[in-house]
Design a protein around this ligand. Sequence first.
Ligand SMILES: [Zn+2]
Length: 291
Amino acid sequence: MPDLRGAALAVLTSALFATPALAAPMKAPVPAPAPAVQRQALLLKEVPTQVKMIAFTFDDGPNRRYTPQVLDLLQKYHAHATFFLIGQEVVRFPEMVKKIEASGMEIGNHGMHHKWLHKLTADDIQKEITGGSDAITSAGGKKPYLYRLPGGYASEDASKLLGSLGYTVIGWSVDTRDWRMSATAEGIERIVMRDAAPGRIVIMHDGSIRREATIQALSHVLPALESQGYKIVSISELLRKSSYQALRQLPPQKPCDAKKAKNSQPKKERPRSLIERLRPASQKPSGRKAG
Ligand SMILES: [Zn+2]
């Protein structure tokens, strides 16, 4: 799939370099500015890499009961992850923001009220996105640049707004289905171990409902993946250590130990596209919502 990877990288690079922060300094006199091109956000489901890294993501927190348990397990196994927080939950438990970041984890935006963006007007989409970001920064967290769509649903307005705000939208390629009320630890564990492959993005949840099954599954899959030579990383680490070197404006972070990966061969073929333009309902899961 070299064509896909090349095309994806080209799209990503051009979009990123179109951001004002990366534009060359302007010299006078300047011609009349061209009409602004409203670039659309890109959806990243996994990245092409031969290194045995998997990104873990946790949605719908912070939760006073479950988030600390997830953090303890991640730290126990020297793993990193990205937490996509809901703004209204951050307002309830603001202390969790600093606790997550102090644990070496990364925070992304999951909206203010977990509303499905394709159901909202452009004004309400903006409130949802900026409200989530403001809640995180007001609690002392870093300004997020990663966004996860509640339910995986998007619209053209949402895509344009997320793109103009500089967000990269993070999807998933391993849906643990822990959002189901009937989810079991065994079932979650089976999905993760079956679908584990370099560059994959795993979605789990640490908030919203009871998460005992997720916690129990996590306590099993982290050592199991470690024993297979995998490094569990945050989204930024995955991007930094992957083929997407174009993402060089990512903030500095302690490098992961990718060099110690024992096996550089990908586990299986990947039939899906890795990155694509964000489209309405672009990662709508079958049945119920995942994000
Ligand atoms: Zn969610």
